[in-house]
Design a protein around this ligand. Sequence first.
Ligand code: FE2
Length: 144
Amino acid sequence: MRFTWSNAYSTGVQTIDLQHQALMAIINDLHDCCARGAPPGELRPIMQRLAHYTVFHFRAEEALMGKAVLPIDWHTEHLAGHRAFTDAVQQYLDRSEDMTPEDAEKLQAYLVEWLKKHILEADKTLGKFLMQQALHSDAFDDRR
Ligand SMILES: [Fe+2]
């Protein structure tokens, strides 16, 4: 399943949106690799890129969350979502060498679905909190 960006996925925070697009581009690379029937070994470097970028992106988003005032339960749940996704990506990376093409396709579909849902439900809400608290424009400015 390929992911196509639309405004519906915009959080209102440009840096986060660009990172989401970069994340989806890697997941689309996985899709293209599966679609042309590439051997599982070819998935590994893409999975590695995905694992690295996932860590980078969640760190950036969580740094931003740390600057905002957020409902504690919502914040905790958002972090738990990030951990679960990071763990899933890492587990798949660990078994990427002996994954069947069917497993790889299932994984790719799971990643797209998870990310779409997470952006629409959790990250768009984060965008609203950040905008309300005027933390969106220079979101990654350390002076704040
Ligand atoms: Fe998030």
